[in-house]
Design a protein around this ligand. Structure first.
Ligand SMILES: Nc1ncnc2c1ncn2[C@@H]1O[C@H](COP(=O)(O)OP(=O)(O)OP(=O)(O)O)[C@@H](O)[C@H]1O
Length: 803
């Protein structure tokens, strides 16, 4: 149990004691410990000691953190990852703010072993700190880079975990919309953790069309890119899963072999290629995964395989028991610790092996079902959080406006809501809000429901079972998303075992004939470029598997191919009669998902604000609503300004960006501009869009000429990719008497900026963008082709203005 203490009142020696204890348990902590003669200042954030930077994202740094066990406690400090978001970076940016709260609220409702676990959210005057489960296995895309590609059994296991997590969130009425290798982490046992829920959205069954395009170009489903029609979020996620599976198995991204676009960085060309070219497999991918990939990477979302068929696909047979766990069962497993009268500690002691088998895919489904109430979770589920609808119900009960919004909740979840209404989490949370009055924010009055008080409630037989809770002292009002069991009481993360960890991702037998030294030099998101591999065109035109002569088993394997899921051709059906206008807008989501998170860390150090002890502005329903209401206007107002200021912010990034982060392939306006220029496009826009383009073009010219305001951009710019295509000196002409933006680059090498890959593009009125003829001398396109490609370009044109 972590006890919050005020650093001002806590003896410094105890800090050192904790630090030394920490040092003894974690090798990464040594930098904060001195020789004992002089006291060093330890960086803290709320109840956590803060360590080194794990990574950097759009909103700021992710830091390693450690819990600080109370003095005399036998608890071992536990590692967490703290995503620190500078409040001033989101305070005047409604979209960013919404993204942060989307992530928080989505994570709060998701409890699945392959989805990163949210521990709690802290806030002070400078930062919002999202405390996450620490993924000690690191980033999945780096793992693939190291391995070059995964062997089929490893890929199968990881893919099973991925689709299990995705199926779970889909069943919860949520779509991720930014699934990609870069948003996947590994835990200590090599199991997958899906992360980065900033683009998550909610859908209702029967009304699941979405209008906001977002994601990362290489992983985005074609319907997001080449049409402006509403799309089905779940189908888009499934496409991304297909790209991920292909990358895992092949070691490179699909449709990466366009000779006219060898680096795949010309996104419009890439999508043109995707929609016109059959999927090709390298010879080392066998028949079953090929079959699944063919069904996943179907450009027509109506013909794309759906989740039930994925889960039952023969290639995933080794994991069918794991995949048979239903979302409700996952929830039941997570809720186990909340049930009155169940002592996790005694159960864990009584059934240690069961606990460690939690993720075991080898566990028979029958056996798993029969475990019944004896099932014990290990540390992954040591926290419990209020469910989405429990949480919403309690909030909505206090707000007529939000109650009205609640009518839009997924009816599929109604049963879930009812089922959870009386859960311990619900009761505890309700108690918190009841005591907090109309404000709905946990205030000092909520402290009457302090941990100690609730511990005396006979409902909870084990103090560690009580979550969520308000941890409080005289200075702090803290809504904890979860509370941990002492690490010593439960199987540690490191001790988690599964049959996967036994294998520990066997080293891939790399075919060195295929992986030439040239291949190693190619900076691809998934390491290799297709053209360096032996590839086999997908020649299937019917429900047969006959892709490669190396697939000896192909002809012998009888696959339950579903005609509806087999891609006969990659032509995208743009006319989707079923698609109608969507009601699922960002505003809908915003109001439903924002919550009264207001947490004040008790004491400060380097990363805390000066006034951190003072009560901070509560996040009330009214300001939640105002964010929602202001969204549209602020979006319009700030569109072009934000894009430029973000560009400049990115340019002011510190020069010591790690080489790894530099090498991460990120989509940027510059890369788009390079692609745009290289496609020799002439733009015709109306005055509105042209002014934005003009602004961006002006800014880009500044960048190219080294006149960035910060003056430090050269050091912060990734120079691993030279925008050689900019040297083609193509100047789009902007008509309608608007100034012609000069996109001519300087003759100097113009490096590509390293900014985030995930973007969100609101569907703008097509009237804002006029004809965008594509002129590619090498391609003779039909009017239909031109139209499709134009849509691609429109997408990225809009997108680039939204960055
Ligand atoms: N729970 C975690 N455990 C370990 N490392 C993490 C964890 N979360 C993030 N990281 C590291 O921090 C990096 C930045 O994460 P973050 O989610 O902020 O950025 P991102 O992946 O670029 O997403 P985005 O910027 O879209 O929010 C990751 O790439 C990863 O290396």
């Amino acid at each position: 149990m972590v006890t919050k203490q005020n650093s001002a009142s806590r003896p410094a020696s105890s800090v050192d004691t904790v630090a030394q204890h920490r040092m003894s348990t974690s090798s990464t902590a040594s930098s904060t410990v001195n020789d004992g003669k002089t006291r060093k200042r330890h960086v803290t954030f709320g109840p956590y000691l803060v360590g080194s930077t794990l990574g950097e994202g759009e909103f700021g740094k992710v830091k390693m953190g450690w819990t600080r066990p109370a003095k005399g406690s036998d608890e071992v400090p536990r590692q967490v990852a703290i995503k620190l978001i500078r409040r001033n970076t989101i305070i005047n940016n409604a979209e960013r703010e919404i993204k942060v709260y989307r992530e928080i609220n989505a994570l709060k409702h998701l409890r699945h072993p392959n989805i990163i676990r949210l521990e709690e959210v802290l806030q002070n005057s400078k930062y919002i700190g999202i405390v996450l489960e620490y993924a000690s296995g690191g980033e999945f895309y780096k793992y693939i880079q190291r391995k070059r590609r995964l062997d089929e059994s490893s890929a199968c296991k990881i893919f099973a975990e991925l689709v299990s997590g995705v199926a779970y969130m889909h069943a919860k009425g949520l779509v991720h919309r930014d699934l990609k290798l870069e948003n996947m982490l590994l835990d200590s046992t090599g199991d997958l953790l899906i992360t980065d829920f900033g683009f998550v959205n909610e859908f209702r069954r029967g009304h699941e069309l979405m209008s906001t395009s977002c994601g990362s170009p290489c992983y985005a489903a074609p319907e997001l890119v080449v049409t402006t029609r509403p799309y089905r979020g779940r189908a888009a996620d499934i496409w991304s899963c297909g790209i991920i599976l292909f990358a895992m198995l092949a070691g490179y991204l699909p449709w990466d072999d366009d000779p006219t676009n060898p680096k795949g960085d010309d996104i419009p060309k890439l999508y043109h290629y995707i929609t016109h070219t059959k999927l090709k497999f390298p010879s080392y991918i066998s028949a079953l995964p090929r079959d699944l990939l063919r069904k996943l990477l179907v450009t027509d979302p109506r013909k794309r395989i759906d989740m039930p068929h994925i889960l039952s696909h023969p290639w995933l047979k080794p994991h069918h028991d794991f995949l048979a766990v239903t979302p409700t069962e996952w929830d039941n497993i997570a809720d186990k610790k909340l049930q009155p009268g169940v002592s996790k500690r005694s159960s864990a002691i009584a059934t240690p092996t069961t606990a460690s088998n939690r993720y075991s895919h080898t566990l028979g489904h029958t056996e798993r079902k029969n475990r019944g109430t004896s099932l014990v979770m290990d540390s992954t589920f040591k926290h419990s959080r209020p469910t989405q609808h429990t949480y919403q119900r309690d909030i909505l009960a206090e707000s007529p406006a939000l109650r009205e919004r609640s009518a839009k909740l997924d009816p599929v979840m109604e049963e879930e809501k009812t089922r959870r209404r009386d859960s311990a989490a619900s009761a505890a949370l309700k108690a918190v809000f009841e005591s907090s009055g109309d404000d709905l924010s946990p205030t000092p009055s909520a402290n009457t429901h302090s941990r100690d008080n609730r511990m005396s409630d006979s409902t909870f037989t084990d103090s560690r079972d009580v979550i969520p809770q308000v941890r409080s002292n005289s200075n702090v009002s803290h809504l904890a998303v979860g509370e941990s069991l002492p690490s010593s009481r439960v199987p540690s993360t490191a001790s988690k075992t599964s049959h996967h960890s036994n294998k520990k991702h066997d080293e891939v037998a790399v075919n060195h004939d295929m992986h030439t030294s040239k291949a190693h030099r190619k900076p691809r998101p998934a390491t290799y470029h297709l053209t360096l591999h032996s590839t086999t065109p997908d020649t299937s035109t019917s429900n047969t598997v006959s892709d490669s002569k190396t697939d000896v088993n192909a002809s012998k394997t009888s696959l339950p191919l579903s005609g509806s899921h087999v891609s006969e051709s990659n032509s995208l059906l743009l006319e989707d009669a079923e698609m109608t206008s969507t009601t699922n807008t960002m505003n809908d989501l915003t109001t439903n998902e924002l919550g009264p998170y207001t947490v004040v860390p008790e004491h400060t150090a380097d990363i805390t604000g000066e006034d951190s002890i003072a009560p901070l502005k509560e996040r009330t329903v009214s300001n939640i609503m105002s964010i929602s209401q202001d969204l549209d206007s602020s979006r319009k107002k700030n569109r072009s300004e934000q894009s430029i200021s973000r560009d400049r912010t990115a340019l002011r990034q510190p020069s010591n960006v790690s080489s790894e982060s530099k090498s991460r392939k990120r989509f940027s306006f510059l890369s788009f501009a390079a692609s745009y220029n290289s496609s020799k496009t002439t733009m015709h826009t109306n005055s509105t869009s042209s002014s934005s383009i003009s602004s961006l073009a002006k800014h880009q010219a500044e960048v190219a000429n080294g006149r960035s305001r910060s003056g430090t951009h050269t050091s912060s710019i990734s120079n691993h990719t030279k925008t050689s295509k900019l040297k083609q000196n193509v100047t789009p002409s902007v008509q309608n008497n608007t100034p012609t933006p000069s996109l001519e680059p300087s003759t100097n090498t113009t490096p590509k900026r390293n900014i985030r890959a995930s973007v969100m593009v609101s569907s703008l009125s097509t009237s804002n963008t006029q004809e965008v003829p594509i002129r590619d001398p090498n391609v003779h396109e039909s009017p239909k082709d031109v139209s499709r490609t134009r849509k691609v370009l429109d997408f990225f044109k809009r997108r680039s203005m939204r960055i």
